[in-house]
Design a binder for this molecule. Structure first.
Ligand SMILES: [Zn+2]
Length: 134
């Protein structure tokens, strides 16, 4: 139990350090974590703009966060709840009892949504989904 709490605390400290880094780094293009897919192909993946969106959320600028990456901004509460439940499950039971309770179709549904979002944001008619550049 102590080992699990120590690992969880280390993960929380790492996450807090990452959030602090994002909070204090600059804004705009090149401010976030670079995307290898975008650098190689020039196309936007589903995650492009996520670090800038998270930075905007940390500054309570939710409109800007939506403009950087809408799916990340909308999905963040779900992700946070999922990882929070995973941590609690890990501390209490030493293993992941959450993932096995989620039906597989739910996972496939979210993967499909992310893929569709990634495709749409590269089509000119849906350019409003692409991460804005400052
Ligand atoms: Zn990307």
């Amino acid at each position: 139990m102590k080992k699990r709490i120590a690992i969880t605390a280390a993960a929380a400290i790492f996450a807090a350090a990452a959030l602090l880094y994002l909070y204090f780094t600059g804004e705009g293009e090149g401010a976030g974590i670079p995307c290898m897919f975008h650098q190689i192909t020039g196309l936007y993946c589903s995650g492009c703009g996520s670090s800038r969106a998270l930075r905007s959320i940390l500054h309570f600028d939710f409109y800007q966060a939506l403009r950087y990456n809408a799916i990340f901004t909308v999905g963040l509460p779900l992700l946070a709840a999922y990882f929070g439940a995973l941590l609690v499950s890990y501390i209490r039971f030493g293993k992941d009892k959450i993932s096995e309770k989620i039906p597989q179709w739910v996972i496939y549904f979210f993967i499909a949504i992310a893929l569709i979002y990634g495709i749409l944001r590269n089509i000119p008619a849906f350019s409003f989904l692409a991460p804005i550049t400052l």
